[in-house]
Design a protein around this ligand. Structure first.
Ligand code: B12
Length: 211
């Protein structure tokens, strides 16, 4: 396995230049971009999460790590598999209202993009109305992310609004984010949940195949 020590140190320090340099070094060594994300950077973000929880790191430092990770992901995105010519389906994705966490959502969007889905990324702090608009514009899948327990209920609100407006059958709803579970997805009557980005792509394929 590749040595991710220097990459992880740079990410934990929020050192953007250092991180991009380490990404390039690993690429030069022939390490696959997806491995750099999954084995290298995700591991470092776990350390950041743990330090944030125990009060060893604070919001500004965590934000620096997040910005560095998003930059590195942007750097790797074009190097992932080529986009197939025919699109498999349209996905509208966003982090729900009140929630600004976007690293996980960006990874899911990127995995879907390189797997052949047309992805409309609404960003963070997305209102139920904005998700609905995306669905009206022909998305077959709505993908919602939440990292805060206080913003998770917005997902249920979106599903209920779809039901009330008679739009529920038109679209598959998938949800994810660290505090979620399959049980929560069932509770709000979402069609699917996945704990990671690769699973999110598998979920889309399964749901559209069964649609
Ligand atoms: C980075 C971070 C921040 C950054 C966010 C920067 C950014 N651009 O995203 C900053 C510093 C801004 C931040 C702010 C805050 N944060 Co914060 N943050 C984190 C941290 C450390 C890491 C999150 C992360 O990026 N993980 C890495 C990614 C890759 O993982 P992920 O998001 O889970 O995504 C994966 C899966 O969940 C899944 N997935 C994600 N989305 C989706 C969607 C679909 C459809 C599917 C299928 C799958 C899927 O796939 C992804 C890839 O595998 C977490 C700790 C943690 N353990 O999660 C706290 C954490 C989420 N934050 C927390 C808190 C409290 C806050 C603040 C309220 C702090 C404050 N006092 O201001 C604010 C809230 C701001 C807001 N309104 O959103 C708490 C939440 C607690 C709770 N019970 O709700 C956590 C858990 C930390 C803690 N232990 O206290 N935070």
């Amino acid at each position: 396995m590749a040595d991710y020590t220097a990459l992880q140190e740079a990410l934990i320090e929020g050192d953007e230049d250092g991180l991009l340099e380490e990404v390039d070094t690993l690429l030069d060594q022939g390490v696959a971009p997806v491995e750099i994300i999954a084995q290298g950077m995700m591991g470092a973000m776990e350390v950041v999460g743990a330090r944030f929880s125990t009060g060893e790191m604070f919001v500004p430092e965590v934000l620096m790590c997040a910005n560095a990770m998003n930059l590195a992901v942007d750097r790797l995105h074009p190097l992932l598999e080529g986009v197939p010519v025919s699109r498999k389906g349209k996905v509208v994705i966003g982090t729900v209202k009140g929630d600004l966490h976007d690293i996980g959502k960006n990874l899911v969007a990127m995995f879907m993009d390189v797997s052949g889905y047309e992805v409309v990324d609404l960003g963070t702090d997305v209102s139920p109305d904005a998700f609905l608009q995306g669905i009206q514009e022909g998305a077959q899948i709505v993908a919602m992310s939440a990292l805060l327990t206080t913003t998770m209920p917005v997902m249920g609100q979106v599903v209920r609004t779809l039901e009330e407006q008679g739009l529920r059958d038109r679209v598959k709803v998938i949800v994810g984010g660290a505090p979620l579970s399959q049980g929560f997805a069932d509770e709000i009557r979402a069609d699917g949940y996945s704990k990671d980005a690769a699973g999110a792509v598998r979920l889309c394929a399964e749901l559209l195949a069964g649609a």
